[in-house]
Design a protein around this ligand. Sequence first.
Ligand code: ADP
Ligand code: CDP
Length: 208
Amino acid sequence: MTVIITIDGIAASGKSSVASRVASKLKVPYISSGYLYRAVTYLVYVTQTDPADQDAIVAVLQTHPLTLIPRPEENEVWQGEENYTPFLHTTEVDLTVSEIAQHPKVRTWVTEQLKDLPPPFVAEGRDMGTAVFPHARHKFYLIASPRVRAQRRAKERPEDLESIQAALEMRDREDRVQSRPAEDAHVVETSDMTLEQVVEHILKGVYL
Ligand code: ADP
Ligand code: CDP
C-alpha cells in the first residue's frame, strides 16, 4: 500500500481531529505538519533566536534537532530528551508561528523531514497536497466560517471568543500564500457538519 491522503485547510478547520480519526479507521499513521511548525516556533522562543532571521533559525535546528513522532492519537515532537508537545498549542505559539512558517528555509526544512516518510499515511497541514505530497492519491481541503472556527477553538483556549476569532483571522491572512487548496483537492465546508460527518464524508471518497 503506497497511498497518501492529504487533509489541508485553514486554522481550526478540524484538520488534526479529522486526520487522526480517518487514519485510525484506515489503520494507518497520521502526520501533523503543523506540529513541526509549532515546535520550530517554540524552539525559537526557548533559544531566544530572532524570529525574523531564517538563517539563525535553520542553524538552531541543526544544533537542536526536532523529531516528529506520529503517534495515532496525537503526534508528538521531541527535542532530544525533551517532549515539546505540551507547549505547542499555546496562544504565544499561535501568535508567532505564521511569521516563522513564512520563511522559505524553514519550509524547506519541514518538507525535508516529511517528504520521504513511507506511505501509507494521512498528512495534514496547509501545503500537504500542493508542495509536500503533490502526487497524493486523495486530497481534501477543510474550511469553516471564522465564527464557527473560533467557537471550536474557544473550547481549547482561555481567551474570549472575539479575541480568538481576531487571532484566527489574522493567521488566515498571514498563511494565505502557503495555504491554498490543490487543484485536485475536494474542498469540504464543515461549518454545519459534526466531526463524525466530516470523517464519514472523507472516508466515502477514499480507497487504499
Ligand atoms: P485544526 O487541526 O485545523 O487546527 P482541530 O482538529 O484542532 O483543527 O480542531 C479544532 C477544534 O474543533 C477541536 O476541538 C475539534 O474537536 C473541533 N472540531 C473540529 N472539527 C469539528 C466539527 N466538524 N464539528 C465540531 N467540532 C469540530
Ligand atoms: O490549525 P491551526 O492553524 O491552528 O494549527 P496548525 O495546523 O498546527 O498550524 C500552525 C501554523 O503552522 C499555521 O498557522 C501555519 O502558519 C503553519 N503551517 C504551515 O505553514 N504549513 C503547514 N503545512 C502546516 C502549518
